[in-house]
Design a binder for this molecule. Structure first.
Ligand code: SF4
Length: 181
């Protein structure tokens, strides 16, 4: 029987949540008995190969590419999980949300104390994804079915959640696994 597929992605995140997935240690052997990884940085599959049971999303949406990828995940996954604080509330990247985008770009490319940019130009190549006016949590862009808090969420939380979702069991994680502090 075909195993359910799980896809993962990192939008505006630091890959720490993916490190936490790998932190399930030897249980990863059990995991690959239960599932096949589809599109994911873990196996470097770049495009969906079929319908996925679960999509794990790290990071929020900071640019138009993040939005496109997130919408693609919503289209291909039965259950979508915001994995970690950046996906849930924007995290550290969302600290720019109180500053106009123009000022952020000027600080990054012109005025910053370590910037050397004699041309004074801000990169504007069509190959570079356009930054959004602010960083959006995933649930403000597409419907998200579950949120797993933490920076990153502990490996035990990810393990318990994945096993429950793949066994069609209710996701009832104990407080110790989902507290924010
Ligand atoms: S929640 Fe923390 S570990 Fe996960 S992507 Fe954001 S900063 Fe990195």
């Amino acid at each position: 029987m075909a195993k359910p597929k799980v896809a993962t992605t990192s939008l505006c995140g630091c890959f720490g949540c993916h490190m936490s997935i790998l932190d399930i240690d030897e249980r990863i052997l059990k995991l690959v008995e239960l599932i096949d990884f589809d599109k994911s940085p873990i196996n470097d599959i770049k495009k969906f190969t079929g319908r996925c049971a679960v999509g794990l999303i790290e990071g929020g949406c900071a640019n138009e590419e993040n939005v496109r990828v997130l919408q693609d995940f919503r289209k291909h996954c039965d259950i979508l999980v915001s994995l970690g604080d950046c996906a849930i509330n924007g995290g550290i990247p969302a600290m720019r949300n109180n500053i106009p985008l123009k000022e952020c770009l000027a600080e990054a490319y012109i005025n910053g104390p370590t910037v050397h940019n004699p041309s004074g130009k801000i990169p504007n190549d069509s190959e570079i994804p356009l930054l959004l006016n602010r960083v959006y949590p995933c649930h403000e862009v597409v419907k998200i079915d579950y949120h797993l808090p933490g920076c990153p969420p502990p490996a035990d939380t990810i393990w318990e959640a994945l096993v429950a979702l793949l066994s069609n069991k209710p996701l009832e994680l104990p407080y110790e696994l989902i507290k924010y502090d």
